[in-house]
Structure formats: structure tokens, C-alpha cells
Ligand binder design. Structure first.
Ligand code: SAH
Ligand code: SF4
Length: 349
């Protein structure tokens, strides 16, 4: 197994069988060997800097019905809200003052936010803060819609592929959502020129080690600028409410393997990771991650954007969230920096 990690370090890729063999054995000993390498590669590309992204969860309405997610349209108990354009701009203003230079607009697939409304919001943000990067995470759209958002000024797009295995994808989603369309979206986003983030949940129902190996190979081929992964966490009002959560150990191990597979990538230590373990995000950074995403949403809506149970940071003001993360990063010897934090592999035009 140690030989496989050395091979991965040298070649940045393994076969599906080799990846799966490693993923079947995430022992503490092997994890230590892996993290020593993932941390030193991260150090080489990004030093001890940690980038922050200000997350604005601007709508909890969603027309989709993903079986794992608390915002799914069939969840009658979900509390729905949408922020107005002015409220979104206020979040950015607050964030800018705190040192954020990337804003992430994330939400369910909410038909209220038509192309026209989103284009207006995007151009207003870019007009007021041209030195900031703007990331969208609003799900599956047509090529034309993606292009319109890009032309309005959006720089980046996060769309997790969720699982690279098509059969597994179909078990996590109703039939209206297809793995083919999800992958089509990612290809369109890349060809338009976005910095793209894909990603997956670790430990989602029925996931096998082979599926995770396929995820790594899919990512290797797509060459995204960012990869967001976090443990699957059940939400009690969904069909997967009684399924087991993904583990801290396997999520960290996958972060380590990702750092060796796509060395230049931006890898967030996600809120979900901080939810399953009080020091989850610190441990994520120590496994090779280099981004954290504090919440900039108004406190009044925080408890209504519940993708999964027990989500952390739903009571703190943005400033507190940022301070808390800054201290956490400092405690393990890393520095939160004021910067757009572009991927080192992406040429800015
Ligand atoms: N609607 C958009 C963005 C919001 S959902 C989209 O689906 O792309 C953002 C991410 O949250 C999803 O990609 C999924 O990977 C993650 N997520 C949803 N439910 C989750 C759960 N129960 N546990 C962990 N992550 C979850
Ligand atoms: Fe909607 Fe995204 Fe949740 Fe699916 S994962 S139900 S698309 S918010």
C-alpha cells in the first residue's frame, strides 16, 4: 500500500484498481504516510495560505428532489426564503469590509431567479466590487444560461458531480435528474471559460470503493480548478434520513488522495466536515485542503438552509464566523489571506 502512495505521488494518477485498493485501507498508519505527502505538495503550491470564500446562501427554494438533500421540493418541513437583490448586495458589502475577495452565491434551483434576475445581480456585484471573484453554485442550467452569467461577470462555478458512477447517480436522484446532464453541465462550464469546481459526497448511500476510485479518475480527466468534498450527512426529513453518515477518516483520506491526484487544485475543508467533527476543518487542512468557506448569509435565514442535520455556524454573524476560522487556522499554523485566491493552474485573461 505504501508503494501505491509513492507511485501516486510520482505520477499523480493510479489505475481504478489501485485507487480502490487504497480506499479499502484507510488505516491510521497509511493515512499518516499519505498526509505527510499531501501537506508537502500543498505547501509547494500554496505555502501555508488558506483562502476564504464568503458563502451567500441566497435561496432555499428548489425545484429538484435529490434524495439526500433537506432542500428537496418534497420536503414540506423545509422553511423557504429568498434574499432580495439588496440583501445579497448587503452581504457582499459586509464581506468586503471583512476582507473577503470571493463571493459564492449558492442556492437551490429556484425558478424565481430567472436568467434576467441573476444577470442583474451578477453585474451589480461585479460593478461594485470589480476586484472580487464571483462564484455561482445554482445547479444545472443550459449552455446559454451559463454563458449569459459568464458574460455578466461570473468567474467561477461550483457544481459537484456527486458521483462519477452513472448507476450510483441514478440511485441518489429521481429520474428527472440524469448523470449525463450533470456531466454535460460541467463540460459546458469549462468550455465557456469558468474556473470550475466539481466534487462528491463521501459515504453517500450505496457508495463503493470502486465508485470513489471512479470519482478520482473522473476528476483527473476533467481537471477542475476546485474540488469540493464532504461527508454525506443524513437529513431527517429526506428518504435517506435513516442512512449512515460518511466518516471523518474516509473524507480526510480522500482529501489526501485528491491533493496527490490534482496537486494544483483548490480543496475546501467544508462545513459538512466541520459538522461531523468539532475539529473537522482543521483536520481537513492538515490532510491537504487549502480553502474554507465562512458564511456571509444574514443570521435570520441561516437556520433555513439545512441541506443536512446539525449544520454548524448557523447562529454566528459573518464577522464572528470569519474570526473563528482565522483563529482555528492560526492554531494549526496556517494563515487566512485577503486575496481572490485563484487556482495556481488557471491563467487569468
Ligand atoms: N442546488 C445546487 C447547490 C446547493 S446544494 C446543487 O445541487 O448543485 C450543494 C451541495 O450540497 C450538493 O452538491 C451536495 O453535494 C451537498 N449536499 C446536499 N445534501 C447533503 C447531505 N445530506 N449531506 C452532505 N452534503 C449534502
Ligand atoms: Fe436542490 Fe441542490 Fe438540494 Fe438537489 S442538492 S435538492 S439541486 S439544493
Amino acid at each position: 500500500m505504501k508503494k501505491l502512495i509513492e507511485k501516486l505521488e510520482k505520477q499523480s494518477i493510479l489505475t481504478k484498481e489501485e485507487y480502490a485498493a487504497l480506499i479499502r485501507n484507510p488505516t491510521p498508519e497509511l493515512a499518516d504516510i499519505l498526509f505527510e505527502k499531501s501537506v508537502s505538495i500543498r505547501q509547494k503550491y500554496y505555502g501555508r495560505d488558506v483562502y476564504i470564500r464568503g458563502l451567500i446562501e441566497f435561496t432555499s427554494y428548489c425545484k429538484n428532489d435529490c434524495y439526500y438533500c433537506g432542500l428537496r421540493c418534497s420536503n414540506r418541513n423545509a422553511q423557504r426564503y429568498r434574499l432580495t437583490k439588496d440583501e445579497i448586495l448587503d452581504c457582499c458589502r459586509n464581506g468586503y469590509g471583512l476582507g473577503f475577495r470571493t463571493f459564492v452565491l449558492q442556492g437551490g434551483e429556484d425558478p424565481y431567479f430567472t436568467r434576467e434576475r441573476l444577470v442583474d445581480i451578477i453585474s451589480s456585484i461585479k460593478n461594485e466590487w470589480p476586484d472580487c471573484a464571483l462564484t455561482l453554485s445554482v445547479g444545472e442550467k443550459t449552455y446559454e444560461e451559463y454563458k449569459a452569467y459568464y458574460d455578466a461577470g461570473a468567474d467561477r462555478y461550483l457544481l459537484r458531480h456527486e458521483t462519477a458512477n452513472d448507476d450510483h447517480y441514478r440511485r441518489l436522484h429521481p429520474k428527472e435528474l440524469s448523470p449525463e446532464n450533470r456531466k454535460r453541465c460541467l463540460r459546458d462550464l469549462k468550455s465557456i471559460g469558468y474556473q470550475v469546481g466539481c466534487g462528491f459526497m463521501v459515504g453517500s448511500p450505496w457508495q463503493t470503493e470502486d465508485d470513489l476510485a471512479e470519482d478520482l479518475l473522473f476528476i483527473k480527466e476533467l481537471q477542475p480548478q476546485m474540488v469540493g468534498i464532504g461527508p454525506f450527512i443524513p437529513q431527517h426529513d429526506t428518504p435517506f434520513g435513516d442512512k449512515r453518515a460518511g466518516t471523518l477518516e474516509l473524507t480526510l483520506f480522500m482529501l489526501g488522495l485528491l491533493r496527490l491526484t490534482v496537486p494544483y487544485a483548490l480543496l475546501p475543508a467544508t462545513t459538512a466536515l466541520g459538522t461531523i467533527d468539532p475539529l473537522g476543518r482543521e483536520k481537513g487542512i492538515q490532510a491537504g485542503a487549502n480553502v474554507v468557506m465562512p458564511n456571509l448569509s444574514p443570521v435570520s435565514v441561516r437556520k433555513k438552509y439545512l441541506l443536512y442535520d446539525n449544520k454548524i455556524c448557523t447562529g454566528d454573524e459573518a464577522a464572528e464566523c470569519k474570526n473563528c476560522l482565522e483563529m482555528r487556522m492560526k492554531s494549526i499554523g496556517y494563515n487566512v489571506v485577503v486575496s481572490r485566491g485563484d487556482c495556481c493552474n488557471f491563467k487569468l485573461s
